[in-house]
Design a protein around this ligand. Structure first.
Ligand code: SAM
Ligand code: SF4
Length: 462
C-alpha cells in the first residue's frame, strides 16, 4: 500500500503549535508522510483555536475552501482537531467538509480516527463529554504517553522546542473559553518533564519553552515532595546541551513569584523574560474579568521583577472594549502600558465567547469601531515605548539563537551581499534580523546592532 500523506494546518497559540508537532511526529512514526501541500494530501488536519471569534471564522472559511476541493476529490479526508472541535463537536461534524472531529484531550486517538475515516469512509468524532470533570485516569495516561513518547521536536525552528508543563486552566477569567475547551488545570509530573527535556537535548535542542496557561502555578506533589516552577527551572538548568530555558504564560499572582524571580536571577540558563498579561488597567474591569489583582498590585509585581532580575524583558496582553469599558477605563489601560514599559504587548479586541460568563451575563456594549480605535491607540503607545527600549541596543553586540530565514524581507539589511536575511532572538526575546549563511539556523551567533525599530533590531554578524 502506498504511503498516505497528511497536511496539517495550525491556528492559535503555542499550545496548539506543540499539539501540531506531537500529532505530526506520531503520524510520521505510524507511517504517514507529511506534506506542505493540500494538493498532495490524502488527509488534511486543521488544528483550531477558539479564543476569539475571528480565529474560528478563519477555520470556517478554510473549511469552505476544502469543501470545494472535495467536490473533485471526494476521497480527501478532512479532520478538525483542537479547541474548536471540543467547543462545537457535532455541529462541526455536520459541516459537509468535515470527516473527523477530535478534541485536544483526544489527540492520542488521531491515528485511529484517520485510519477509520480512510477505511470505513464515514464520519468519526472524539471529544470530551464533560470537559470540566477531571480527565479520567485512562485519558490522562494516554495524553502523558503521547506527550512523552513523541518528543516535541518542533522542526519549524531548529534547536528549539516547546515542552508542556501544565494542561488546562482553572482561573475562569470571564471572557475566556480556555477552561471550557482545555479542561481543568493539571501539572505534569516533574520527572516526565525533565526526562523529556533530556531527550530533546540529546537530539540537539538548545532552547526549551515550558508551557502552561498559568505556568507560575505549576505544582506537582509526589512521595511527599512538591515541585514548583522554580524547581523545574533549576532541574532543567542541570541538563547538558540546554542553553536557554523560557516559560509562558504567567498569571499575576504572588504565589511562588519570588522563588521564580530568584531562579531567573540565579540560573544563567533561564531567560530574563516574563510574559505576564495585565488585560486591563482599570480595577473595575479587572474585577468583572475575574482577574484577582488590581492595576497597582500588578505594577508592584513588575517593580519587584525589575529589582530582582535586572534587565528583565516583560511582555503583556490587553483586551480593549470589554463590556462596560468606558473611555476612562481605557485611559487607565493606556496609563498602565506607559508605566509598565513592556518590551512589547499584544492587544486584542474583546470577542464574546459562547459559554463564558462574559457572554452569558455581560452585554457586548462597546461598538466595534471604538474597540478598533482603542486597539490602535494602545498599540501606538506601546510602539513608542518599544522604540525607546530598542534604541538601547544601538551599537551593542548581542548573542542570538538563529531561527532561520526571515519570513518577510527587511529592506534595512539590503547591503548584506548575497547572503540571505536571517532572523534570531536575544535572550530577552528581541527579534534580530541580519544577513548570514542559511546554515546558521539553530546556532548561537554574535551580532552587532546597527539599526533599531520598535519590534526589530537590525545587525551584522561579528
Ligand atoms: N493564560 C494566559 C493568561 O491568562 O494570560 C492567556 C491565554 S489566552 C489564550 C491569550 C490571550 O488572549 C489572553 O491573554 C487575552 O488577552 C486574550 N483573550 C482571551 N479571551 C479573549 C476574548 N474573549 N476576547 C479577546 N481576547 C481574548
Ligand atoms: Fe483564559 Fe484566564 Fe485561564 Fe488565561 S488564566 S487561559 S485568560 S481563563
Amino acid at each position: 500500500m502506498s504511503t498516505r500523506t497528511v497536511h496539517i494546518k495550525s491556528f492559535g497559540c503555542q499550545m496548539n503549535k506543540l499539539d501540531t508537532a506531537l500529532v505530526a511526529v506520531a503520524l510520521g512514526e505510524a507511517g504517514f508522510g507529511l506534506t506542505d501541500s493540500v494538493k498532495e494530501a490524502d488527509v488534511v488536519l486543521i488544528n483550531t483555536c477558539s479564543v476569539r471569534q475571528h480565529a474560528e471564522q478563519r477555520v470556517l472559511s478554510h473549511l469552505g475552501h476544502l469543501r470545494y476541493i472535495k467536490k473533485t476529490r471526494p476521497d480527501l479526508v478532512v479532520g478538525v482537531i483542537g479547541c474548536m472541535a471540543q467547543r462545537l463537536g457535532v455541529e462541526l461534524l455536520e459541516n459537509e467538509a468535515v470527516d473527523i472531529v477530535c478534541g485536544p484531550t483526544q489527540i492520542p486517538q488521531i491515528r485511529l480516527l484517520i485510519e477509520k475515516a480512510l477505511s470505513e469512509k464515514r464520519k468519526t468524532m472524539a471529544v470530551s463529554e464533560k470537559i470540566r470533570k477531571a480527565a479520567v485516569e485512562k485519558e490522562t495516561e494516554a495524553l502523558e504517553e503521547f506527550e512523552s513518547v513523541h518528543d516535541s521536536d518542533d522542526s519549524q525552528v531548529p534547536a528549539q522546542a516547546y515542552v508542556r508543563a501544565m494542561r488546562g486552566c482553572d482561573k475562569f477569567c470571564s471572557y475566556c473559553v480556555v477552561p471550557y475547551v482545555r479542561g481543568p488545570e493539571m501539572s505534569r509530573p516533574a520527572k516526565a518533564i525533565i526526562e523529556q527535556i533530556k531527550r530533546l537535548a540529546d537530539k540537539g535542542i538548545k532552547q526549551v519553552t515550558l508551557l502552561g496557561q498559568t505556568i507560575n502555578s505549576y505544582k506537582y506533589t509526589t512521595c511527599g515532595r512538591t515541585y514548583r516552577l522554580a524547581d523545574l527551572l533549576s532541574m532543567a538548568s542541570e541538563i547538558e546541551g540546554i542553553e536557554r530555558i523560557r516559560f509562558i504564560t504567567s498569571y499575576p499572582t504572588e504565589d511562588s513569584y519570588d522563588e521564580i524571580l530568584q531562579a531567573m536571577a540565579g540560573l544563567p540558563k533561564v531567560c530574563r523574560f516574563l510574559h505576564m498579561p495585565a488585560q486591563s488597567g482599570s480595577d473595575k474591569i479587572l474585577k468583572t474579568m475575574n482577574r484577582n489583582y488590581t492595576a497597582s498590585k500588578y505594577l508592584e509585581m513588575l517593580d519587584k521583577a525589575r529589582d530582582i532580575v535586572p534587565g528583565i524583558a516583560i511582555v503583556g496582553d490587553f483586551i480593549v472594549g470589554f463590556p462596560g469599558e468606558t473611555e476612562g477605563d481605557f485611559q487607565r489601560s493606556v496609563s498602565l502600558v506607559e508605566k509598565a514599559r513592556y518590551k512589547n504587548c499584544f492587544v486584542f479586541k474583546y470577542s464574546p465567547r459562547p459559554g463564558t460568563t462574559g457572554a452569558k451575563k455581560l452585554q457586548d456594549t462597546v461598538p466595534q469601531e471604538v474597540k478598533k480605535k482603542r486597539n490602535t491607540e494602545l498599540l501606538a503607545v506601546q510602539e513608542g515605548i518599544s522604540d525607546e527600549l530598542s534604541r538601547e541596543f544601538q551599537n551593542k553586540t548581542v548573542k542570538i539563537l538563529v531561527e532561520g530565514l526571515s519570513k518577510k524581507p527587511h529592506l534595512d539589511t539590503k547591503n548584506g551581499g548575497n547572503q540571505p536575511q536571517l532572523v534570531g532572538r536575544t535572550v530577552t526575546d528581541w527579534i534580530v534580523v541580519f544577513n548570514g549563511p542559511k546554515g546558521l539556523a539553530g546556532k548561537f551567533v554574535k551580532v552587532k546592532i546597527i539599526k533599531t525599530a520598535p519590534l526589530t533590531l537590525f545587525g551584522e554578524l561579528t
